[in-house]
Ligand binder design. Sequence first.
Ligand SMILES: C[S@@+](CC[C@H](N)C(=O)[O-])C[C@H]1O[C@@H](n2cnc3c(N)ncnc32)[C@H](O)[C@@H]1O
Length: 252
Amino acid sequence: MRRVGDVWKRGDERIAEFDATALAYDRHRPRYPAALFDGLVAVDGLKAGDRVVEIGAGTGLATSDLIDRGFRVTAVEPSSSMAALLAAKVGKRAEVTVGRFEDVAIEGPVSSVVAFNSWHWVKPETGLERLVDLLEPGGLVCFVWTEVISWGEEPFAQRLVEVSGQPWHRRVREIVRSKDAVELDSRFTAVSPRSYRFERVLDAHGFVEVTKTYGGHFSDQAVTGVETLINDEFDGAVTKVEEATAYTYRRL
Ligand SMILES: C[S@@+](CC[C@H](N)C(=O)[O-])C[C@H]1O[C@@H](n2cnc3c(N)ncnc32)[C@H](O)[C@@H]1O
């Protein structure tokens, strides 16, 4: 099994995959609950006009919500095709910087650095020191990861394994550990994590397409098997339940 903390080492390979599948990613990945962004204002105290750096903004699934809260966003994204989609969406409303968080030039200090399902791709020691350098005293770090709570109505999870012939991981447990570099550092103090549950009804095509965006190889046979399963045994759609958890830290 891959060691916790080593995930970022596969970064080059994964960025290339994100680059090749940017459109599908944008079309099929879930958006984040509005309440999560409201919490950044109401609970964490961010306010309109604050400078916010977004790490690994992808195609901008969180960026527009950040802009809508009035934040001045610098979105950092190493995949050029994802960054192009993002830039087309946000226009002049945000600054888009192509590159890795570890490498790009960003002028500080900033009020907040946020990362939606992306912090685990950043080299831990370099990323931590960049956070320390960039953030103003009292500045906020927010890491978000999304976990699957249920793939669909019972017994869908069990049938998925049988039909696809492969395990269906809840990989988030492994990657969330990348927050420990900040959590254990005496220059930060942790605020309680907050979780936001949401669900989507997915037809067979939607279920398979979003699954592919998480990487890993699915044979044509597995894909057909899962589509047939949803169509024949679940009336053509399943309700996938997920939870986005925001882990926030304050720079002392
Ligand atoms: C799972 S996607 C999340 C995208 C977006 N935040 C979202 O929620 O849809 C992870 C993103 O992190 C980016 N990424 C990978 N390594 C990175 C790094 N070292 N610095 C910044 N972003 C990185 C990838 O290119 C990809 O767009």
